[in-house]
Every structure is written in C-alpha cells, then in structure tokens.
Design a protein around this ligand. Structure first.
Ligand SMILES: *Cc1c(COP(=O)(O)O)cnc(C)c1O
Length: 347
C-alpha cells in the first residue's frame, strides 16, 4: 500500500521529469556567479514577480534571515505576527545574527495583523526605542490567504510610516492560486500582484512546488547585493547549486497550475471529515486543513496518530491536527485517510 504523508508539503520527492531536469542541468560555481542554472532560476523568479534581482538560497529560513539582515541594522526592529515563521520558527536568527529585535503582535482570526496594531507598534524616533524599520507579513499563513485589499492597506501603511516591507511568501503560489480562484484571474498575475506590494519577497520551492531543496529571495539589485553578503556569512554560498536550481525551475514551469488540485484535495478531506462527532473542521482555503478534537474524540486523540501510522498514513498533532496535501497525495489517498480517521473516532 502506498504511504500517505500528510504532515507537510515539504515531504515530496522529485518527479521523474524533475530528476531528469536536475541531471541535465548545466553547472558552474555559483559562488563565482557562473552557474548558468542558478542564474537562469534567479532571473526567472525575479521576472515572474516583478523584481530586479533574486538570490537562490538553501532554505526559507535563510532567505528570511538574509531579508531581515539586509533590510535592518543592529538596533533596528521589525514588526511581525506572533505565528509568523520569521519570528516564531527560525530560532531567533534575526536577533542572534543581526541584533535586530522583533516586535511581535497578535493575529486576527483571519491571520491578518490589525492595521491599528501595526500603527501602534511603530515607535517614535526617541533614544528609548529601537528603530522600527520593517514590516514582515506571511502569505499564506497557516494555510490562510491574506485578503488582497488587506495586503494593499497594510503595506501602504508601512510605506507611509517609512518601513520597508518583506513578504514571507513560502507558499506565495498557493496564495495566488486561492486568490485567482476568487478573482477569476490568472495565478501568475495574482502572485505578481501580491509580490509587488513588498520591497522583498521570499518564495519556497521545497513546499507545494515540489522541489527537494531551495528558496529564492527577490528584491532590488542593491538589496540582493546586501542579501548575498548575508548568505555568505550564514554559510549559504553553494557551488554547483544548479542541480538544485534546475529542480526549482522545473517546479515553476510544471507545478504551479497543479496547486489547484492540492487545494481541491484539502477540500475533499474537509468534506470527508465533516459530521464526525467531536471533530471541528476548519474550512481549508489552500492546501492545509486543521481539525480540532473535542469531547469524546478528544479523549481518543492520543491513539489516532498511531492508528493512522499503522495504515501507512502520517499526520501531525494531538487535539488539533494538521493535514497538508501536495503532489504525492491523490484522491484515493485522501479517501483512505478519511476512512481511517472515521473508523478510529466512530468505533
Ligand atoms: C517552511 C517555511 C519557511 C522556511 O523554510 P525552510 O526551508 O524549512 O527553512 C519559512 N516561512 C514559511 C511560512 C514556511 O512555511
């Protein structure tokens, strides 16, 4: 039986087409700037999102670190949401490596940071305070699409306050896919529309796009120049990285339009789990589904992950579970997961 891994969209393996592209990639030494596959990827993603330049990095974490340190100086601070990756999940890198202080604020239920809260967090120019320098948003956040009119307003407010604006768009193309489904627009045009509200954008190739490794940071030429120095300092200068860049380019060419299928499968999973006693299903907006277990289902929850594991289905969580769809999951797999969860909780 095929294993079904719903823990994250990072678990995908390269498809045969992607592996072939990696094997065929022309290579050079990217630290000397002469890996043609890396250069082609950087040009491609910068062009797609409407930026002058881009930098290929091993991880999204390093991409955000490069952004924080390229935008901010020692003693500066950035406004960020409590649940955002570049505050909560990156081992405090901005503070550790850059002496840059985060100013986290709470999210609204839709994932946004209230405009009043952003405004209140901007410090006056006063020697008591760190210099507020940057606003960081994340889209999608926990699988939620930030409403586009909100993104416009929040980034306009930041500009008005003299802040630079960074987007952690690890799943930017999932956001664009959901936004295009609403607006009837084109996925790539929506990705660009979101990206253009920001001074820099980080995109992961290793999530829903299905590449094994890599992210890109996009911005102005001058900004990317500074980010490149940070990448070197963080040990992220890679040599024949074209092997990896070729996978990312392949993902941009072949895996954007199929993200819609992941979103449909998350919807299928949500419908399948609806109506089970003690299971509260959040309507998924993209490729991520969260369910909460209450009452009797909560009491049983400790055995659920093991029960699924015994059937070759992997998921994460205890009372609140997360299921993520991706290119190695299909409708049959989702149906099997639904059956296994129903069986366990309804027995
Ligand atoms: C996964 C993720 C990252 C970091 O990516 P890594 O490659 O795992 O370091 C950053 N931001 C968000 C929103 C992510 O989901």
């Amino acid at each position: 039986m095929r294993a079904i891994d719903l823990r994250s969209d990072t678990v995908t393996r390269p498809t045969p087409g992607m592996s072939a592209a990696m094997a065929a990639a022309p290579l050079g030494d990217d630290v000397f700037g002469d890996d043609p596959s890396v250069n082609a990827l950087q040009e491609k993603i910068a062009g797609m999102l409407g930026f002058e330049d881009a930098l290929f990095v091993p991880t999204g974490t390093q991409s955000n670190l490069c952004a924080i340190l390229a935008h901010c100086q020692r003693g500066d601070e950035y406004i960020v949401g409590q649940m955002q990756h570049c505050y909560r999940w990156e081992a405090g890198g901005g503070a550790v490596f850059g002496s840059v202080q985060p100013q986290p604020i709470n999210h609204q239920t839709d994932g946004t940071l209230a405009l009043e809260d952003i405004e209140a967090a901007v410090k006056p120019d006063d020697p008591h305070f760190a210099r507020t320098r940057m606003l960081a948003l994340e889209n999608t956040l926990g699988g939620k699409l930030l409403p586009f009119d909100y993104v416009e307003k929040a980034t306009a407010l930041a500009l008005d306050k003299g802040l630079t604006r960074h987007l952690d768009g690890a799943r930017l193309f999932n956001a664009a896919t959901a936004q295009a489904a609403k607006s009837g627009g084109d996925v790539r045009a929506e990705a660009r529309r979101i990206a253009q509200c920001f001074d820099s954008v980080s995109v992961c190739f290793s999530k829903g796009l299905g590449a094994p490794v890599g992210s890109a940071l996009c911005g102005s030429r001058e900004f990317i120049g500074r980010a490149r120095r940070v990448r070197k300092m963080a040990g992220g200068g890679m040599r024949q990285a074209g092997v990896l860049a070729a996978a990312a380019t392949y993902a941009l060419d072949h895996h954007i339009d199929r993200l819609r299928e992941d979103h449909e499968l998350a919807g299928q999973l949500a419908r399948g789990l609806a109506g089970i006693e003690g299971v509260i299903v959040e309507q998924p907006q993209t490729n991520m589904l969260f369910i909460d277990l209450v009452g009797q289902a909560r009491e049983k929850s400790k055995g659920l992950i093991d029960h699924l594991g015994a059937q070759g289905i992997q998921a994460m969580g205890l009372y609140r579970l997360r299921f993520v769809t991706h290119l190695d999951v299909d409708a049959q797999g989702v149906a099997r997961a639904v059956t296994a969860i129903r069986q366990f909780l309804q027995d």
